[in-house]
Design a protein around this ligand. Structure first.
Ligand SMILES: [Zn+2]
Length: 68
C-alpha cells in the first residue's frame, strides 16, 4: 500500500492511482517524478512547486560549488 505525493497538490495519493483524487491531475507512470496535467484551479500551487524546485536546484548548485 505505497503512496506517492501528487506533484500538483502535494496530497498523498495511492501509488497506483492514475488520476489524483484531490485535484484530478493525471499521473503518467509511477516514477519518482510525477508528470501531471496542470489544473487551472491549482495553477498557483504549480507555480509554487516550480519555485520550490528552482530553490532546490540553487541549493544543490551551491553545495556542489562548496565541495569543489
Ligand atoms: Zn493532486
Amino acid at each position: 500500500m505505497a503512496v506517492k505525493v501528487c506533484a500538483n497538490c502535494n496530497e498523498k495519493v495511492d501509488e497506483n492511482a492514475f488520476i489524483c483524487k484531490f485535484c484530478g491531475a493525471v499521473h503518467r507512470g509511477t516514477g519518482e517524478e510525477l508528470a501531471v496535467t496542470a489544473n487551472e484551479k491549482h495553477s498557483r500551487k504549480g507555480e509554487i512547486s516550480f519555485i520550490v524546485a528552482l530553490i532546490v536546484l540553487v541549493i544543490l548548485a551551491i553545495v556542489l560549488m562548496i565541495k569543489q
